[in-house]
Design a binder for this molecule. Structure first.
Ligand code: OGA
Ligand code: NI
Length: 341
């Protein structure tokens, strides 16, 4: 069977065996009740005299949900739309261009297209997802290694990554202030200078109750800035209940990664999330992971710990965190527990 789900899904009426999750891991009830809503934060207010209330909203959402959406972020809507179009085109048509891309499972490869995620379920079931993963920063180093089809991909996603980096810095600066860390804490290139882009494509699925686009995980990085198209699928776990993240093509979804949970000494939460599929419409998301350089030590910020509030986690190198995360099949909770001081 071809690697890309998008190249064969329309020929099948049933989900192939190796995409079927064991009963206890299946999505369960696909009608997620809207009992709680992921907060939507107007970022422009931070620059219009409402900096403190905006920071409070961000901190509250990051504590309660580990997720929020931002609107009025100053990002060009044209660039967002065009980026979504080129990312969708990556997985459309004959996939001839994709076949030329490196489909190796080697994590050190800069650009690859594969169907079985690293964040695969522990049961080694395949995910109902195709994705392209590549580095983004610094642009001069990586841009030429990206796909050459669609022809606008390199230029458009290049512009998009530069803007997303700025947006992430703005959000991290607000979080920094809210946590009471020293100004510019996250500006450190060692801490936030690695950026990886994952373009996710979830083709329509004939039996959504049997499989997942992405199984339950938290991200093993600092912070993630994600753009969704208009299709539902992303869900966040809060108090053992799944909450759907309302699709909004004008908003960015922001979620805390495990590193922020460690640095904030549990003040912020790296919430677990997953993606469910649907039978009708392909879903695309553009996830931009802000991460740390390999040797950077990740540990609770000194400013947040004292005798009354001792560090909850032991220090760990970013790279060792990643290695453990992969070894523990993306069970972020288990990795964080292994770090308890
Ligand atoms: C991820 C992720 C969510 C989505 O790539 O880590 O959680 O909506 N993606 O694709
Ligand atoms: Ni994720």
């Amino acid at each position: 069977m071809d690697k890309l789900v998008s190249s064969w899904y329309s020929n099948v009426q049933r989900v192939p065996q190796d995409y079927i999750f064991p009963p206890e891991k299946r999505p369960g009830d696909l009608h997620v009740p809207v009992h709680e809503v992921i907060p939507v934060i107007d970022l422009s207010e931070a620059e219009q005299g409402y900096r403190t209330p905006t920071i409070q909203k961000i901190l509250k959402a990051a504590q309660e949900f580990g997720f929020f959406q931002v609107v009025n972020h100053g990002f060009s809507q044209n660039l967002m739309n065009e980026s979504m179009v080129v990312c969708k085109e990556l997985f459309e048509g004959s996939n001839e261009a994709n076949k030329k891309l490196d489909s190796s499972e080697d994590v050190s490869k800069s650009c690859r297209v594969k169907t079985c995620s690293l964040r695969c379920s522990p049961d080694k079931v395949h995910l109902w997802r195709d994705f392209l993963l590549h580095q983004c920063h610094p642009l001069e180093k990586w841009q030429h290694t990206w796909p050459q089809h669609p022809t606008r991909y390199q230029e458009c996603i290049g512009a998009y990554s530069v803007e997303v980096k700025k947006l992430a810095s703005r959000i991290l600066a607000l979080i920094c202030e809210g946590l009471g860390l020293k100004c510019g804490y996250f500006e450190d290139e060692q801490l936030s200078g690695r950026m990886v882009l994952s373009v996710n494509n979830y083709p329509p699925c004939p039996e959504p109750s049997l499989t997942l686009g992405l199984s339950k995980h938290a991200d093993s990085n600092l912070i993630t800035i994600l753009l969704q198209d208009g299709v539902c699928g992303l869900e966040v776990l809060k108090e053992d209940k799944w909450i759907g993240v309302e699709p909004n093509p004008h908003a960015f979804v922001v979620n805390m990664g495990c590193f922020l949970q460690v640095i904030s000494n549990n003040k912020l939460k790296a919430a677990e999330h997953r993606v469910v599929t649907n039978p009708n419409t392909a879903r695309t998301s553009i996830a931009f992971f802000i991460a740390s350089l390999e040797d950077r030590i990740i540990e609770p910020a000194k400013e947040l710990t004292n005798e009354l509030h001792p560090p909850i986690y032991k220090p760990i190198k970013a790279n060792d965190f990643m290695t453990q995360f992969l070894a523990m099949d993306a069970d972020s909770g288990a990795v964080l527990r292994s770090l308890l001081a």
